[in-house]
Design a protein around this ligand. Structure first.
Ligand SMILES: C[S@@+](CC[C@H](N)C(=O)[O-])C[C@H]1O[C@@H](n2cnc3c(N)ncnc32)[C@H](O)[C@@H]1O
Length: 517
């Protein structure tokens, strides 16, 4: 099975080459200067990374005579090379060295971002092993969770499809348990392993599964997941292995909470598991841009989830089914009061309004022009969209439909008045355009069709702090303003006098703002 990460973000060759040659210190993993220097010194060795890692591992095992270790080392044919100044007390030195010896591209492709000690320790805190409880990590890498837990050697299970990761995990196992029997650490694709081990159950399933990896979906039949997202299949399949009374904790990207595509796994979690905790970790992992979260499940039937970011709140789970796409948001008591009030005042929405995409050129580099040429006209992009106003346009386009990839009907761009909103942003930024100008797809269009509300009133509402707050709470703070979310925003019923007053105030504010510029 191919688990290469889909590198949709690598658009050009120079970036590709950079990623292919850069080696970076996994700073979330390594804290001390001498370890950084040690890792850098490894670049001088001509040997393969397997041989370097094997040699460091053997040094750290210090010639231990345990037969199980002998057997483990006997599985490999690497000649040991002499490496000086090996730090002996560093947490997961081999894991850090492996991440460093790979190029950035290799780490991206293998999803090779090992969890730091702090986060791993938090994940295994409170787990009791006194009665023989067993811990399992289905994509264990170097074993950050397994070996930070208090589990004795015999109560540890791990799987990873990367042979080097499993070699490192076995070294880490014997470094922690020098006299232990052979480890139950298996080099296999988790889903293959599952097909022959689905009768096993575990007390603790703790992991940081690959995100965005390609899976052979014929091997992972699921009634619940259709997105193709690897972490979702890992959640579904691993949850089946959780014992009653057990605890399941996965480290997942923020997208699991609020991205529409992941509604399938949120529904699975809400309908078929017992969600107990969502906790944010602000630590940045190379390769993951947003925050990451612990999602904790068990097999009980509690009705509430503990949500922790800057603060902690106990949130009733039923509320998530009410939200569009069943997003998991942190609602404090005060949020619930505000949302209920907004709901009471709701009379309109934008669902019957006309939405239009800004022009998709298919090749901005050649088609979006920096200066005016014959037959071109100005075009607004998202960069010019501010609250209440459009900055002077900086770009031009020859508006020839035959040469453009996607273009809305003329009457949308040329409407006497239209709302233009910035598409990629966390908060709403909306302006009225009354010049019939073109916009690009970073600045999309709404032509409101709400007879009781003036276009300026709608602009004022959408630009208010309340609507950015509603957008954040109702749709989970995604960095994109989606048409379907705008359509679902509740708009109030107001009198025609109030409507007129808001229009006048808005126009006045815009006039003053223009004068000031
Ligand atoms: C983000 S790393 C996490 C490793 C470790 N659990 C930790 O937290 O440090 C993801 C791991 O998943 C492994 N992996 C990717 N696809 C897999 C699969 N289909 N089966 C098992 N392991 C897989 C990768 O080799 C990598 O070690």
């Amino acid at each position: 099975m191919n688990t290469a990460i889909k590198n949709t973000t690598i658009q050009n060759r120079s970036k590709w080459e950079r990623l292919n040659s850069a080696h970076t210190i996994p700073t979330h993993h390594v804290k001390s200067v001498n370890v950084v220097e040690f890792l850098q010194s490894l670049q001088d060795f001509k040997a393969s990374k397997e041989q370097i890692l094997f040699s460091i591992g053997c040094f750290l095992l210090k010639g231990n005579k345990n037969l199980a270790i002998k057997r483990f080392l006997g599985e490999y044919n690497y000649e040991i090379i002499e490496i000086k100044n090996i730090p002996t007390r560093e947490f997961d030195l081999l894991g850090s060295a492996y991440q460093f010896l790979n190029t950035k591209m290799e780490n991206l492709e293998k999803g090779l971002f090992y969890t730091s000690r702090n986060v791993a320790t938090d994940f295994v805190s409170g787990l009791d092993f006194a009665a023989g409880q067993v811990i399992f990590d289905p994509a264990c890498g170097s074993g950050a969770f397994l070996f930070n837990s208090k589990a004795p050697a015999e109560q540890i299970y791990g799987v990873d499809l990367d042979p080097i990761a499993i070699m490192i995990a076995k070294f880490n196992y014997f470094i922690k348990f020098p006299d232990a029997p052979p480890p139950k650490l298996y080099c296999e694709d988790f889903f293959n392993w599952y097909s022959t081990h689905s009768k096993l159950t575990f007390d603790y399933i703790i992991g940081n599964p690959p995100y965005g990896a390609n899976l052979d979906l014929s091997k992972v039949p699921s009634e619940f997941i259709s997105s193709g997202e690897s972490f979702s299949y890992f959640i579904e399949f691993c949850y089946r292995l959780l014992k009653k009374g057990g605890v399941f904790r996965f480290l997942l990207p923020e997208s699991v909470l609020n991205v529409k595509r992941h509604t399938d796994i949120r529904d699975f979690i809400l309908d078929h598991t017992n969600l107990t905790k969502i906790k944010r970790f602000s630590e940045k992992f190379s390769g993951v841009m947003s925050d990451v979260y612990m999602v904790e499940l068990d097999r009980d039937q509690t009705k509430e989830v503990l949500f922790t970011d800057e603060t902690s709140t106990i949130v009733p789970k039923d509320i998530y089914k009410v939200f569009q796409n069943h997003i998991f948001v942190h609602l404090r008591e005060q949020d619930i009061v505000i949302l209920e009030k907004v709901d009471r005042l709701k009379k309109h929405d934008l669902s019957k309004s006309v939405f239009g995409l800004g022009v998709v050129t298919g090749d901005n580099k050649t088609k979006i022009l920096k200066s005016k040429v014959k037959d071109s006209e100005h075009i607004y992009t998202g960069k010019e969209v501010e609250k209440y106003r459009l900055l002077p346009p900086k770009n031009y386009l020859i508006f020839d439909r035959r040469n453009l990839q996607q273009v809305a009907p003329d009457e949308i761009y040329r409407a006497p008045e239209k709302l233009v909103y910035k598409t990629i942003n966390k908060y709403l930024k909306v302006a009225v355009d009354a010049t019939g100008s073109l916009t690009s797809n970073s600045a999309n269009i709404i032509i409101p069709k709400i007879p009781d509300l003036d276009i300026y009133t709608i602009m004022a509402l959408l630009n208010s702090n309340l609507y950015s707050y509603l957008h954040l709470k109702l749709f989970g703070g995604v960095n994109k303003i989606a048409k379907e979310n705008l359509m679902a925003l509740p708009l109030p019923g107001i009198s025609s006098i109030e409507d007129k007053q808001i229009r006048e105030l808005t126009e006045e504010a815009i006039r003053r703002n223009n004068d000031a510029h």
